[in-house]
Design a protein around this ligand. Structure first.
Ligand SMILES: Nc1ncnc2c1ncn2[C@@H]1O[C@H](COP(=O)(O)OP(=O)(O)OP(=O)(O)O)[C@@H](O)[C@H]1O
Length: 310
């Protein structure tokens, strides 16, 4: 059986007293484009650093392309294309020099491909790295991450330093190209509109816990907003998981999981309601910042997120 591209099982990581990853568990199958979403400080970079063997974990098991990065960091880095959030490179080198400098570290380095990406991403090869703009620096980082044709590409907030046109090109052209070649792409971001068109699946990390992991399409089908009269809100079954609720005049707008079942039950008991489709941004917000307690909560029995392990 072929190993998954990435496997995290019950991974914990603390920095002094701060628990950053808490029994974090997810699996990325090969060939998938996986969006790893979380707000600032959710623990995304910490998880990625553990994958790359740059940080040790306190507990749990991690496999990247079948290897434990804690014991095989060099092999993992050889086979993975990694773009760090704060890529630092030798500022005194010319861009073209760093391409040649990196080549010997990777048995599979393809210099022609490096030059092609440099052209596509408009990297000024004859410029010193310290003179690059932030966006040019990210683009050079991408060239370095991809020129050895890695099986797995890990991108930590890649679009952060890119202008809107480059971002679009990055998502539409580069990710689609990588998908076409069957590569696995692990894409960390907090900019949802960027990942929505390209991600096969999405995992939402909130305070170090995966609060939802699903196919992008399934997530859109499963999580909906339902608007119903306040009085009728009590008709929502007690097991309904409400991610967010807001008063809306005499109505209340609730965002629920397992929407199809909830809607069927409301129809069975004859409760009038309106269904609103949500985009990934709204779904993400409901999971990580949803208002689950408000005066109207008294009329709705809320099944909030699972309590964290002590
Ligand atoms: N080396 C470290 N020492 C101490 N605390 C750290 C260290 N690295 C990260 N942290 C803390 O761990 C938490 C998670 O940080 P992390 O960088 O993993 O978040 P993130 O989800 O990548 O956030 P962002 O989207 O802002 O980059 C933060 O509170 C951060 O301050």
């Amino acid at each position: 059986m072929i190993d998954p591209a990435i496997e995290f099982i019950d991974v914990c990581k603390r920095f002094r007293k701060q628990e950053v990853l808490r029994d974090t568990t997810f699996r990325v199958e090969r060939g998938r484009t996986f969006a790893f979403l979380g707000r600032n400080a959710a623990g995304k970079t910490t998880a990625i650093s553990i994958m790359m063997g740059l940080l040790s974990r306190d507990a749990g098991s991690v496999r990247v392309l079948g290897l434990d990065p804690a014991t095989h960091p060099v092999e993992v880095r050889r086979r993975v294309g990694y773009l760090a959030e704060d890529q630092t490179m030798y500022g005194w080198m010319l861009c073209e020099e760093i391409l040649r400098f990196m080549a010997p570290f990777y048995p599979t380095w393809d210099h022609q491909l490096a030059l092609k990406y440099a052209k596509d991403f408009e990297v000024p090869l004859a410029t010193k790295i310290k003179h690059l703009s932030k966006g040019q620096n990210v683009r050079l980082g991408l060239v370095l991450a991809l020129a050895h044709r890695p099986e797995l590409v890990i991108l930590d907030d890649p679009a952060l330093g890119l202008d809107p046109i480059m971002r679009k090109q990055f998502n539409r052209d580069l990710i689609t190209h990588l998908q076409g070649e069957g590569r696995t792409v692990f894409y960390s971001s907090h900019l949802l509109y960027e990942v929505e068109p390209v991600a096969d699946e999405v995992a939402i990390l909130d305070a170090g816990k995966i609060v939802r992991h699903a196919e992008t399409e399934e997530l859109r089908r499963d999580v909906k907003q339902i608007v119903l009269h306040r009085e009728a809100a009590s008709q929502l079954a007690s097991e309904t998981r409400i991610l967010d609720q807001r008063p809306d005049g005499a109505d209340v707008a609730v965002i629920v999981e397992n929407a199809e079942t909830v809607i069927q039950k409301l129809a069975q008991v004859g409760v009038e309601h309106r269904i609103v489709d949500l985009n990934l941004d709204e779904i993400f917000e409901a999971y990580v910042a949803g208002k689950r307690s408000s005066p109207i909560a008294a009329t709705i029995r809320v099944a909030g997120p699972q309590p964290c392990d002590a």
